[in-house]
Design a protein around this ligand. Structure first.
Ligand SMILES: *Cc1c(COP(=O)(O)O)cnc(C)c1O
Length: 223
C-alpha cells in the first residue's frame, strides 16, 4: 500500500492538528476536522469514511445532494457541512441536507434560512461568514456589518454557532485569524471556522474550532 494515500494523509493531519492544539494549551478534541470533499467522487470519499472520518464539507448544494444520500445510507453518523456560498432559493434544500452552514453572510439569507428551518424542523448550526480582509468580490459580510447581521440572525432564532472566514490569498493569514477570534470574543460566539490545507495549524494555534481541509487530504482537485 502506498504511504501517500488518503487514510495516511488523514492520520498525519490529525496528528498535526493535535500538536498545534497542545502547543496552544488546547485539547485536540476541541478541533473538528472537516474533510472538504467538493469535486471528489464517492470512490475517493469512501476510504476516508473507512478510516473513521465522519465530518465532511461540500461547497455546492446540488453536488452534495447528488453524492451524499447514498454514502450516508451505508455509513451512519456522517455530518455534512456546507462551506460554500448559498443562494437564498436553495436554503430549504441546504437545511434539509446539511448539519452546519458556514456561509451565512447577508440579511436575505438569514430570513430564508429561518423560514426553511421553521418549515423543515431542522436546525443546522450556522456560522456567519466574515469577509475578514474586506476584499471586493469575496463572500462574507463586511467586518463593520457583523454586529448587525449577528443581531438579525439571533433575532430570527438561527442556531448561531460562530464565525467563519477565508483570509486573503498569498499573505500571512495569522493576523486575519486573530481578528476573527477577537470578533468572536466581542460578540459572544464560541466556534471559529478557519484554516484550510495551507494554514490549518496556524488557525488551530489561534483558536480555530473547525478547520476545513480539502487538498491536503484528497490531493489536488481535478475539476
Ligand atoms: C475548498 C474549500 C476549502 C478547502 O480548501 P483546501 O485548500 O483544498 O484545503 C475550505 N474552505 C472553503 C470555503 C472551501 O471552498
Amino acid at each position: 500500500m502506498p504511504i501517500d494515500d488518503a487514510p495516511s494523509r488523514l492520520a498525519e493531519i490529525r496528528e498535526k492538528i493535535a500538536r498545534a492544539a497542545r502547543l496552544a494549551g488546547r485539547e485536540p478534541e476541541s478541533v473538528e476536522l472537516i474533510a472538504v470533499s467538493k469535486t471528489q467522487d464517492a470512490a475517493a470519499i469512501r476510504p476516508l469514511i473507512q478510516a473513521g472520518q465522519r465530518v465532511f464539507g461540500e461547497n455546492r448544494v446540488q453536488e452534495a445532494a447528488a453524492k451524499w444520500p447514498e454514502l450516508r445510507e451505508t455509513s451512519p453518523g456522517i455530518a455534512l457541512h456546507l462551506v460554500g456560498q448559498l443562494q437564498s432559493n436553495k436554503a430549504e434544500e441546504a437545511v434539509a441536507l446539511f448539519d452546519a452552514i458556514h456561509s451565512v453572510d447577508r440579511s436575505s439569507l438569514v430570513s430564508a434560512l429561518a423560514d426553511a428551518m421553521a418549515k423543515t424542523g431542522r436546525r443546522p448550526a450556522c456560522f456567519v461568514q466574515v469577509n475578514i480582509g474586506d476584499e471586493p468580490q469575496k463572500g462574507g459580510c463586511l467586518v463593520a456589518d457583523l454586529p448587525g447581521l449577528l443581531a438579525e440572525a439571533r433575532a430570527a432564532d438561527l442556531p448561531v454557532a460562530g464565525l467563519m472566514c477565508i483570509p486573503p490569498a498569498e499573505v500571512e493569514p495569522a493576523p486575519y485569524f486573530a481578528l476573527l477570534a477577537k470578533l468572536a470574543r466581542d460578540s459572544g460566539c464560541s466556534a471559529l471556522s478557519m484554516g484550510m490545507s495551507s494554514d490549518f495549524e496556524t488557525a488551530v494555534n489561534i483558536g480555530a474550532t473547525h478547520v476545513r481541509v480539502g487538498t491536503a487530504l484528497f490531493g489536488t482537485r481535478v475539476k
